[in-house]
Design a protein around this ligand. Structure first.
Ligand SMILES: Cc1cc2nc3c(=O)[nH]c(=O)nc-3n(C[C@H](O)[C@H](O)[C@H](O)COP(=O)(O)OP(=O)(O)OC[C@H]3O[C@@H](n4cnc5c(N)ncnc54)[C@H](O)[C@@H]3O)c2cc1C
Ligand SMILES: NC(=O)c1ccc[n+]([C@@H]2O[C@H](COP(=O)([O-])OP(=O)(O)OC[C@H]3O[C@@H](n4cnc5c(N)ncnc54)[C@H](O)[C@@H]3O)[C@@H](O)[C@H]2O)c1
Length: 448
């Protein structure tokens, strides 16, 4: 038992677990508070179940390509009940391993909701109070709900993992990561997908690659409507109808997914009473060391102003534990050049700056290199479509400040290039690197 913990962590998702385990490794007494199962959004309602569906979508396509090159078996639809059982077993395995690690590390778990009751005090739902010199807020986020009539006729991303079949016609409202990812994988698994986006898809990604992805989506039969503004939803005998302010009634659909962003779980944490500052979206404001404006209270992950990605939450938590308990006073998250992949179909990845960002902010000459090509596995099977890769370089020595890639395999390809970019990659380093042939990634070292 830990009667006087050195650290209290609120939330046992990706960030909270990483913080608690690293702090315990350094010998700290840690209390970890979460009413839910270990793993949080990523394991139960995010990256992991989503990636499993994405693999299923890849296998659907691989089955079709295999037939095109001479395999005999005809592709069949996904058996959702079996798929869900397989996926649940995989996730239970992750959760069990987390449980063992938490126990072995002597981290004390409190399976309750908690809130701050002072700058060094946390109050659990049953009234128990814990006191510690350091408190980390790692309470994550949840899907945004819009206050419009009929909102509850649709699903949010948490609900989609409970589907037991593919909806025949689905509308997806939103144009960010979640909207684009689910559009691709539901279409691949058999749905007719219409996206209703307010603006350009995937803000923050390079325009040219987003356009190329939109062309792929169009080719797959995904309908994308831009400049929409859904004001209400109603159910009719024919299906769900959406009232879109600019164009009128849209539909009918059998299902609807709202993918309109996420809100942080910070509204019920007692932050105001303790004086912890949040931004206008409710995220806890942190500096580069995850510190809030209140001494002793830190925040990481989706509850904070950091980028909402699992590796960011994990790295931030580990660095702060290294700093507080591991004798590494300068340890902190490097928030620059965060690599990211959208698990669209095909995947889209980037690290560093977009072309527009480099041109707008750099002040040095910008040189851009492109490669468009049909990946070999598609060409062999007579499949249409091209991959697109792009390098954004600055200055006379062409320092690479942005790498962008769209196409099969880029999700696995980008990590190594992200290391090179972090180390100060120049275009001539790529030119001097021998290609691995025949691959798609060789295009990144062969650009002229
Ligand atoms: C559909 C989807 C797909 C995604 N795919 C990816 C991906 O492919 N790659 C990627 O990098 N990121 C992805 N993300 C984002 C990623 O899941 C999050 O960035 C990450 O999970 C954030 O971790 P966290 O520790 O901040 O919060 P969470 O994992 O959300 O954990 C927060 C925990 O806090 C607990 N909690 C909440 N309130 C309290 C309270 N008052 N007291 C105690 N505990 C509390 C919750 O029960 C929860 O367990 C995806 C997200 C979604 C929704
Ligand atoms: N592959 C990955 O790494 C991955 C996958 C999923 C999610 N994530 C993380 O989770 C975060 C949340 O994902 P997300 O897709 O929910 O958010 P997002 O911020 O990526 O996109 C939100 C979308 O909702 C739209 N929107 C907002 N309010 C709206 C409204 N009132 N009506 C219509 N549209 C509206 C925005 O225009 C935008 O297109 C991402 O930003 C990302 O950090 C990462």
């Amino acid at each position: 038992m830990t009667p006087h913990p050195d650290l209290i962590v609120l939330g046992a998702g990706s960030g909270g677990l990483a913080t608690a385990l690293r702090a315990a490794e350094h010998g700290a007494h840690v209390a970890l508070v979460d009413p839910a199962t270990l793993g949080g959004t990523c394991v139960h309602r995010g990256c992991v179940p989503k990636k499993a569906l994405w693999f299923a979508a890849q296998w659907e396509q691989a089955q079709r390509l295999a037939v095109d090159v001479g395999f005999a078996s005809q592709p069949g639809p996904l058996d959702w009940a079996r798929f869900r059982a397989v996926r649940a077993r995989y996730i239970e395995g992750i959760e069990a391993r987390y449980g063992e690690r938490v126990q072995r590390a002597n981290v004390q778990r409190f399976r309750q909701r908690a809130r701050l009751a002072g700058r060094d005090v946390v109050e659990l739902a049953d009234g128990t109070r814990l006191r510690a010199p350091h408190i980390v807020i790692a309470t994550g986020g949840r899907p945004r709900r819009l206050p419009l009539p009929g909102f509850d006729l649709g699903m949010v991303s948490d609900d989609i993992f409970a589907l037991s079949t593919c909806p025949r016609r689905i509308a997806i409202v939103g144009g960010g990561y979640i909207a684009v990812e689910f559009a691709g994988l539901l279409q691949a698994l058999g749905s007719e997908v219409t996206m209703l986006a307010r603006e350009q898809l995937l803000q923050g990604f390079d325009d040219e690659l987003v356009q190329a992805l939109a062309a792929h989506m169009h080719g797959q039969g995904i309908r994308v409507r831009y400049n929409t503004d859904v004001k209400a939803v109603r159910r009719t005998a024919a299906g769900l109808l959406l009232d879109d302010a600019p164009t009128g009634v849209d539909g009918p659909y059998d299902a609807l997914l709202w993918a309109v962003g996420r809100v942080p779980n910070t509204d019920d944490l007692g932050l105001t009473a303790v004086g912890v500052r949040t931004d206008k979206r409710g995220r806890v404001q942190v500096d580069a060391r995850q510190q809030t404006n209140v001494e002793g209270i830190l925040a990481i992950g989706d509850a904070s102003t950091d980028r909402a990605l699992t590796p960011v939450a994990v790295a931030a938590g580990r660095h702060l534990a290294d700093r507080l308990f591991g004798g590494q006073p300068d340890a902190h998250l490097d928030g620059k050049n965060i690599p990211s992949v959208v698990f669209s179909k095909p995947p889209l990845g980037m690290v560093g700056m977009t072309e527009a960002h480099a041109r707008g902010h750099h002040g040095e000459p910008v040189t851009v290199y492109h490669s468009r090509f049909t990946p070999m596995q598609w060409a062999l099977a007579g499949e249409q479509g091209q991959s697109l890769m792009k390098l954004v370089c600055v200055g006379a020595e062409e320092r690479v400040v942005g790498i962008h890639a769209l196409g099969p395999g880029v999700d696995e390809m980008l990590q190594g290039f992200a290391v090179a970019l972090k180390l100060g990659l120049r275009k001539r380093d790529l030119d001097a690197t021998l290609a691995i042939h025949p691959t798609s990634s060789e295009e990144l070292v062969l650009m002229r």
